[in-house]
Design a protein. Structure first.
Length: 368
């Protein structure tokens, strides 16, 4: 081989599909993982390197009729295009951009693998729960956010009648946020007729994003009670299993306990019921007219938020209005009903039906 021949070969080699460095493996069928057949894989690879080729130029392992059939399949799937030269002659084929043609197939396969991964995690947690139940162990220990998240989601998805939760406003990373839990399982549980009851700390309502999620939960039919302080985060499903952190304030690798039917579970159920009963019921006042009342929807919403103990500043932030606007509307309401204090306004609101789900003999919150 002379110098010129070597240079020409050097220019052609990188563009050929069989141009592989010594010892480098040839991945001859990777595209079959995206749903292409082996013949489609082979012909598409050739077509990528040889644009505007006639079928005869792509023969090799396949004969002419087989190549024509595969090219037709590639065109149908959007992996290639066919064009007839202006002067006539044989149809020529060009490969579609791999990013545009194979990208959606790759994304679909990623999505499918993600669903499989989620299913494997789900099955793992169900297997662990079933093994624990069969062994009669009253308590399990879970380590790590992934394991705890999977178990919590699995417990809720397996709920038959009721899910109860205590949600303190802890300043440690959440294994499963309000938004994630709402998106993952809330709607599905409500559709199955599962009763969902929660107690949340009032601090959550001072964050507009979380307050919006809570309002959406109430609108779906969940029962949410608001209180000042909660001792621990807790989830109870069907009064047969509970999940709670082993170290509530731990910021490092979280550890959780899964408690099955024991005296400890009975105590946890009582703890939940005590806090749910003492809290103030969150309602959807202002989102839709539940009772006829001579008061504007926004004023009912202001009074409802006062009822669960939010400050004027927090109400203003949540409703997107000025601090002084909230105070002015409250003073106007007090003048309208003849209330000298906010406590009297709260009493009147409860009696007048401005606050749904609040019985007439219910004590009113102490407004500040």
């Amino acid at each position: 081989m002379g110098p010129v021949e070597g240079a020409e070969a050097g220019r052609e080699e990188p563009g050929r599909p069989d141009s592989v460095a010594p010892g480098e493996p040839v991945d001859g069928s990777l595209l079959t993982l995206l749903g292409l057949g082996p013949d489609e894989d082979a012909v598409y690879r050739l077509l990528v390197d040889r644009p505007d080729s006639e079928p005869d130029a792509l023969t090799g392992p396949l004969n002419g009729s087989a190549v024509t059939r595969v090219l037709g399949s590639l065109v149908d799937r959007g992996l290639a295009s066919a064009a007839l030269p202006e002067g006539g002659g044989t149809v020529r084929y060009r490969a579609a951009s791999p990013v545009l043609a194979l990208g959606p197939l790759l994304e679909a396969r990623r999505s499918a693998l993600h669903r499989v991964e989620s299913l494997v995690g789900d099955l793992t947690e169900r297997h662990r729960a079933a093994q624990s139940h069969a062994s009669g162990a009253p308590v399990e220990v879970l380590s790590g956010p992934a394991a705890i998240r999977r178990r919590l989601l699995t417990m809720q998805r397996q709920a038959r009648s009721e899910v109860c939760t205590l949600v303190p406003a802890r300043h440690v990373p959440a294994v499963l946020s309000f938004e994630d839990n709402h998106e993952e399982v809330d709607s599905e549980m409500m559709l199955r007729g599962v009763t969902v009851r929660s107690v949340v700390e009032r601090e959550w309502l001072e964050h507009p994003a979380t307050a919006a999620v809570l309002a959406s939960c109430v609108a779906q039919g969940q029962h949410i009670s608001v209180t000042d302080r909660l001792p621990i985060k807790l989830a109870i499903v069907d009064r047969r299993v509970a999940l709670l952190p082993l170290y509530p304030e731990r910021e490092a690798e979280p550890v959780a306990l899964v408690v099955h039917r024991t005296g400890l579970l009975t105590a946890l159920v009582s703890l939940f019921e005590e806090h749910f009963g003492k809290g103030w019921r969150l309602n959807a006042s202002g989102t839709e007219e539940v009772h006829e009342a001579p008061v504007a929807a926004v004023d009912r919403q202001i009074v409802a938020l006062l009822h669960v103990g939010l400050t004027d500043a927090a109400i203003a932030r949540q409703l997107g209005m000025g601090h002084r606007t909230v105070q002015r509307r409250l003073h106007a309401l007090m003048d309208e009903v003849g209330a000298a204090t906010r406590f009297q306004l709260g009493w009147y609101a409860a009696r007048a039906g401005w606050l749904p789900d609040v019985p007439d003999n219910s004590p009113t919150a102490e407004y500040s």
